[in-house]
Design a protein around this ligand. Sequence first.
Ligand SMILES: Cc1ncc(C[n+]2csc(CCOP(=O)(O)OP(=O)(O)O)c2C)c(N)n1
Length: 325
Amino acid sequence: MSELTLREASRKPDLLAPGHRLCAGCAEPMVVRMILKAVRGPTIATTATGCLEVATTIFPYTAWNLPWIHNAFENAAATASGIEAAWRAMRRKGRGPLSKYETLDVVAFAGDGGTYDIGLQALSGALERGHDFTYVLIDNEAYMNTGIQRSGGTPYAAETTTSPAGSVIPGKREWKKPIEDIVIAHRIPYAATLSPAYPLDVLRKARRAFEADGPAFLHAIVPCSRGWRFPPEKTIMVSRLAVQTCVFPLWECWLEKGRPVYRLSAPSEAVAKRPESKKPVEEYLSIQGRFRHLFQPKRRDDIIKSIQEWVDERWMQLLEKAGLG
Ligand SMILES: Cc1ncc(C[n+]2csc(CCOP(=O)(O)OP(=O)(O)O)c2C)c(N)n1
C-alpha cells in the first residue's frame, strides 16, 4: 500500500477546477478535490444527478479536469461498473482507447438521495458483482439541489421541506438508514468514512480505496450551509463536530479471511481513548437551523435525549466492532 503525503498531494493538479457554481461553504468540492488528489493515474469519474453534477457542468463549461460521465440519479454504480467492464474487455482484446492503461481508477460520486434511496439497487448490484471501482457517497443528508427534501440519509428530527417541523411532527420521524452496514454486508474489500475537517485522513483513505482489489465505498459527511442552515464559514467546524460528538465517527473497514475488520481513525480513536472528551450531541445540533425547533420556542429535551441515546448506542456498537468495546 502506498502512502500519500500532503506535500505530494499539494503538487498534483486539481482535477476538479475552481470556478464551479457550488454554494459558498459547500463541503462537496473540498472532499471531491481531496479524493481526486489520491488517484494513481488514468481515472474516469461518473456523477449522478445532484448538486455536484448540476453545479460543475453548466453548459458550455465544465469544472472536471478528467474524463467524466453524467449518469441518471439512480445509476452511478451501474455506470461505473460499465466503465470498468469496458476497460477490462478492451485490455483483453488489446484494442480500444482504454486498452493501453494498466490501471484505471474508476470513481462514482453520488448524493444521499442517489445512494440511500434511488441508487441503492444499482449500488448493491455493482458490489455483488465485485467491480473494481470506488463509490463515494457525498452525504449532505437531503435532496439538496431540488430544494431540501428528506432522504433515507436525513437524520431523525431534521427539518426539511418534506419533513417540516411544526405542531404535528417534530421534523423527520425516521432514523438515518444504516447504509454502511448494508454496504459492508456485501463483503467488499474496503469501506471508510470521511470528514472534510481531516484532509490527510481523506487522502489516505481515498488512496486505499483506489488500491483495493474490488469495490470500495467511501462515505463522506458534507455539511450543507443552505440545507442545514448554518453560516457558510462554519462548514469545517460542523464537519469536525460531527466527528467529535460521534454523530459521524471516522473509521475504516477491510476484509480479513472474508470477515470485516474495523479500525477507528485517529480523531475517533482519540475520543475512544478519552471518553470524557466526547462532546454532547447538543453542541452539534444547536448550531444548525434544521434543528432549531428542538431549542425554541420550547426546548425538546425528550428528542435531544433520544438522539443522544441513538448516537451513544451506535458508537458503542462501533467500539465493539473495532475490538474496543
Ligand atoms: C428518477 C428520478 N427521480 C427524480 C429526479 C429529480 N432529482 C434530480 S436530483 C434529485 C435529488 C438529488 O439528491 P441527492 O442525491 O441527495 O443529491 P444532492 O442534490 O443533495 O447533491 C432529484 C429528486 C430524477 N432526476 N430522476
